[in-house]
Design a protein around this ligand. Structure first.
Ligand SMILES: [Zn+2]
Length: 392
């Protein structure tokens, strides 16, 4: 697991300008040295030695919003709600491998039926299956609303919330995921938690060092979540200016999952979607892009996430999310930060990964091309390392 990458263009994830030619050494899986200048090929016979000329070295990417138990695609979400637990676990393992092979070395799983994502995360961590480092929520926790999916654990009181959060923690959850908004029959949104329950979740999770993610598709629920100290707002559609300002002030991270409507609209023709469904996806696109702009203007931190598996979006497609976020107003460098450093921050792993810095685990990708002039270059993966070990 010792490695030397020479003469490579470095985008380190911190947001600083790229270094045109640099050398990076990795020892025992950890980045041990970064330096400029001409370095001759390694004299160590047991070092993997790569001439990185004309390649770009970056931190491995993150997807901050996945549901590994679901395959995505047109019928992926209903299948995830119907499949047996053992089928879900096998599918999740396959999806984790798919994601890793694209250079995505870390992930947050924000909800799985039966909480199988915790088992998945543990099995990846032990090395029995390949996958991104997964911070897993286990079950999604939600007050009753119009969509009682199997993946959702429904609670109706603070006591039930306390019980299920403690249960997820005991099982080994890496974060807690709650739904802070519900949807009425007419499609409008409302806040579901209430300040008492939202505060309780934050207190229980933060007490053991875990972050809390809240599904929010409306400002009322988002405001309640942000005020309670919840760490990230997932989807973040219909966010008004006041909520965006509050998020910026409190350092709440948004995970906009723009891929969800984008996938639907791109698939509309091949799925032969009826006009009402296209109209509804277009309305979500417009609202979500407008929210995104309000959050950017307010200075809210943005982390990249696709909602793969929880929507038709497929796993291992974070580059497309970055492309859509750039169309919606991010610079390519900001898009990279959102899928590396900021993603690691909200995943709770920034002390170990998320940037290319001495002392961090060598979760690295080498890509052909310059992602700052064409973000799609990140698809041209030339090598993937996880903890210094070559994956691809
Ligand atoms: Zn989701």
């Amino acid at each position: 697991m010792n490695l030397l990458i020479r003469n490579v263009r470095l985008i380190d994830g911190t947001g600083v300008e790229p270094i045109p030619s640099v050398n990076v050494a990795v020892e025992n899986g950890v980045i041990s040295w970064i330096g400029e200048g001409n370095v001759t090929p390694s004299a160590h016979p047991h070092y993997e030695d790569i001439n990185g000329e004309d390649l770009t070295l970056m931190p491995g990417t993150f997807d901050c919003h996945e549901h590994f138990a679901g395959d995505g695609g047109q019928n992926g979400v209903p299948a995830m709600n119907d499949d047996l637990p053992e089928v879900l676990l096998v599918k999740a393992a396959a999806n984790a491998r798919r994601a890793l092979m694209t250079g995505q070395t870390s992930a947050r799983d924000v909800g799985s039926p039966y909480g199988i994502s915790i088992t998945l995360a543990q099995q990846v961590a032990t090395g029995s299956i390949p996958g991104p480092r997964i911070t897993a929520a286990g079950q999604w926790i939600q007050a009753p609303t119009t969509w009682p999916y199997a993946m959702v654990h429904t609670i109706e009181s603070p006591e039930q919330m306390r019980q299920v959060v403690m249960d997820q923690i005991a099982r080994g959850a890496g974060l807690i995921k709650v739904g802070a908004t519900g949807t009425r029959e007419d499609g409008s949104d409302y806040a579901t938690l209430g300040p008492e329950i939202a505060g309780l979740v934050v207190q229980l999770a933060h007490g053991v060092g875990l972050k809390v993610a809240a599904h929010c598709t409306g400002s009322a629920g988002a405001t309640e979540a942000v005020e309670a100290g919840i760490d990230s707002i997932e989807h973040a559609t219909h966010i008004d200016n006041a909520t965006a300002k509050l998020m910026a002030q409190k350092g709440t991270v948004a995970v906009p999952t723009l891929s969800t409507w984008d996938y639907r609209l791109r698939a509309a023709a091949r799925w032969d979607l009826p006009k009402e469904e296209i109209d509804s996806a277009e309305a979500r696109r417009d609202s979500s892009k407008a929210s995104f702009k309000r959050m950017l203007d307010a200075g809210v931190k943005i982390a990249a996430g696709t909602d793969a598996g929880g929507s038709p979006v497929r796993h291992g497609t974070i580059v497309h999310e970055m492309e859509v976020m750039i169309e919606a107003g991010l610079t390519p460098m900001q898009a990279i930060e959102s899928a590396t450093r900021i993603a690691a921050e909200i995943t709770g792993t920034l002390d170990q990964v998320g940037t290319v810095e001495v002392g961090k685990l060598a979760d690295l990708i080498l890509v052909d091309g310059d992602p700052l002039s064409d973000i799609g270059a990140i698809r041209n993966v030339w090598a993937v390392f996880q903890g210094g070990r070559r994956i691809r």
